[in-house]
Write a protein that binds this ligand. Structure first.
Ligand code: UFG
Length: 339
């Protein structure tokens, strides 16, 4: 394909001002890549991409996307812009299909029109539904149990067709539980409302919020759900490897991304208490609808094929980076009222 050379070309990062996207932007820039962030700032934060070219735009705006791809000589896209709450997706499937499926089709149209042929797509463990066997490998059946997982799977299933018909090759990365924060302390997790376990437990330890365990009657060793927490910087490094593979000619595929270590809610609460030196006051609550008992990954394939190795595997390190950022940023990025 003729077009911008690697030295003048940029990587477009949709949702680059969000939690995982901003960590990927930082990793790309550390690698020397030129980056342009495309974010409507509905959930992203301008300070998370300070000093990075930012186009404030929506993925539904095809003309804006095409203009951005052209103006910044984009030759690859990392697509993070999406809604991410399992619970909300059950109440508002229409919104999730519109945003996550329709929004992605709009991006793919723009990429095809501008002949941008490499895509790294944010997918999720939610594509698997209730696991039939663990650890979950890429060959595990995909039967989502909520609209969020369905929307991500719908895109995953479309992508190989785009490769065959238009030459648009992609890697879908299925994240398990993204957690932690930039080890340099520049970036962190700032969702409104915050629904994830680790930041909620940290807020409780800091006396900023109450905390409830969603069920302790699961068939697991301590009765609470088992998950697979993976450091957000390790997720970011996987995106760089996926892009390198696409540039080297790899075909469209999917990889699971976790640490492969089943970790219970109680394990996380103990880690938070160890790291912070504070107690997490808690109440026991009922199960949360839609929570599978056990979800953990085999990441053997991405390790073998792309050489991915996590640097921040330890649960205490994951919690410690999250804790440092949250303690230093009680209001998150602190700019919520400006838009
Ligand atoms: N939990 C609590 N109390 C809380 C918050 C969470 O007990 O206040 C428990 C949950 O029940 C669950 C575990 O902590 O057992 C982790 O919950 P999170 O909300 O942090 O994360 P999930 O495992 O629900 O979500 C993750 C990803 C989603 C993905 C989903 C698949 O964030 O993108 O796994 O089920 F869709």
């Amino acid at each position: 394909m003729s077009g911008p050379t690697a030295s003048t070309a940029s990587v477009l990062v949709t949702g680059g001002a969000g939690y995982i996207g901003s960590h990927a932007v930082k990793a790309l820039r550390q690698q020397g890549a030129q980056v342009v962030v495309y974010d409507n700032l509905s959930a992203g934060h301008r300070p998370a991409v300070a000093g990075v070219p930012l186009v404030e735009g929506d993925v539904h705006d095809g003309a804006r996307l095409r203009a951005t791809l052209r103006e910044h000589q984009v030759n690859a896209v990392m697509h993070f812009a999406a809604w991410l709450s399992v619970g909300d997706s059950v109440k508002d499937p229409a919104g999730y299909y519109r945003n996550n499926v329709f929004g992605t089709l709009s991006l793919l149209d723009a990429m095809v029109a501008e002949q941008v042929e490499h895509l790294v797509f944010s997918s999720t463990a939610a594509v698997f539904g209730n696991p039939e066997e663990t650890p979950i490998s890429e060959t595990h059946s995909t039967r989502p149990i909520n609209a969020y997982g369905e929307t991500k799977l719908a895109v995953e299933r479309a992508l190989p067709h785009y490769a065959r018909a238009y030459g648009l090759r992609s890697v879908a990365l299925r994240y398990f539980n993204a957690a932690g924060a930039d080890p340099d302390g520049e970036l962190g997790e700032d969702h409104a409302p915050e629904q994830h376990l680790i930041p909620r437990a940290i807020d409780a330890a800091l006396g900023r919020d109450t905390f409830q365990v969603f069920g302790d009657d699961y068939e697991t060793p301590d009765g609470t759900c088992l998950r697979d927490y993976i450091h957000v910087t390790d997720l970011a490094s996987a995106h760089l490897l996926a892009l390198d593979a696409l540039r080297a000619g790899a075909g469209s595929t999917q990889y699971n991304l976790g640490n492969g270590r089943p970790t219970s809610v109680r394990d996380v609460l103990e880690a938070v208490e160890r790291v912070t030196g504070r107690r997490v006051p808690l109440t026991m609550g009922p199960r949360r609808a839609g929570d599978p008992a056990v979800l953990y990954a085999s990441s053997a394939r991405i390790a073998r094929e792309l050489g991915w190795t996590p640097r921040f595997e330890s649960l205490d390190v994951i919690v410690e980076t999250a804790w440092r950022w949250r303690e230093a940023h009680p209001q998150g990025y602190g700019e919520k009222r400006t838009y």
